[in-house]
Design a protein around this ligand. Structure first.
Ligand code: 5GP
Ligand code: ZN
Length: 113
C-alpha cells in the first residue's frame, strides 16, 4: 500500500526498533511511547483502515496477533501486566490507517480513559 507508514515499516523502508517479527506480523517500539514500554503490533499485509475492516477472510492474522501478544509481552518484561489497545476511528485518536494493536506497560497504568 503506497504511502502507508506501517507498510513501509513492515518492509524495512522506514527503520524501526523491532521487538518481534515472523512471516505475517511485526511488533516494533512506538516512536512516541505513551508508557515505559509501548510496542505496536501489525500484520505485515495492509489491512485498512483498522478494526472496522476485520472480516472472516482476514481475521486469522488478528488471531495470530493475539496468540503472539503474551510471548511478545513476556519478552518485553511485562510479567506484572500490560494493556492492549486498538484505536478505531477519529474519536479514538487513530492516526495510522493500517490495522494495529498497542501493547502498553512497564508501570502501573491506572484506570482506562
Ligand atoms: P494510532 O494513534 O493510529 O492508534 O497509533 C499509531 C501509532 O504509531 C502512534 O502511537 C505513533 O506514535 C506511532 N507511529 C507513527 N509513525 C511512526 C513511525 O514512523 N515509527 C514508529 N515506530 N511509530 C510510529
Ligand atoms: Zn499499510
Amino acid at each position: 500500500m503506497d504511502n502507508c507508514i506501517f507498510c513501509k515499516i513492515a518492509v524495512g523502508e522506514i527503520p524501526s526498533k523491532v521487538a518481534y517479527e515472523d512471516e505475517v506480523i511485526m511488533a516494533f517500539h512506538d516512536i512516541e511511547p505513551q508508557a515505559p514500554v509501548h510496542v505496536v503490533v501489525i500484520p505485515k499485509a495492509h489491512i485498512a483502515s483498522g478494526m472496522n475492516e476485520v472480516t472472516k477472510d482476514n481475521s486469522a492474522v488478528v488471531a495470530h496477533i493475539f496468540e503472539s501478544i503474551p510471548q511478545i509481552a513476556a519478552s518485553l518484561g511485562l510479567g506484572e501486566g500490560y494493556r492492549v489497545v486498538c484505536n478505531c476511528g477519529e474519536n479514538a485518536g487513530q492516526t495510522v490507517q493500517h490495522l494495529h494493536f498497542h501493547i502498553l506497560g512497564g508501570k502501573t497504568l491506572g484506570a482506562m480513559a
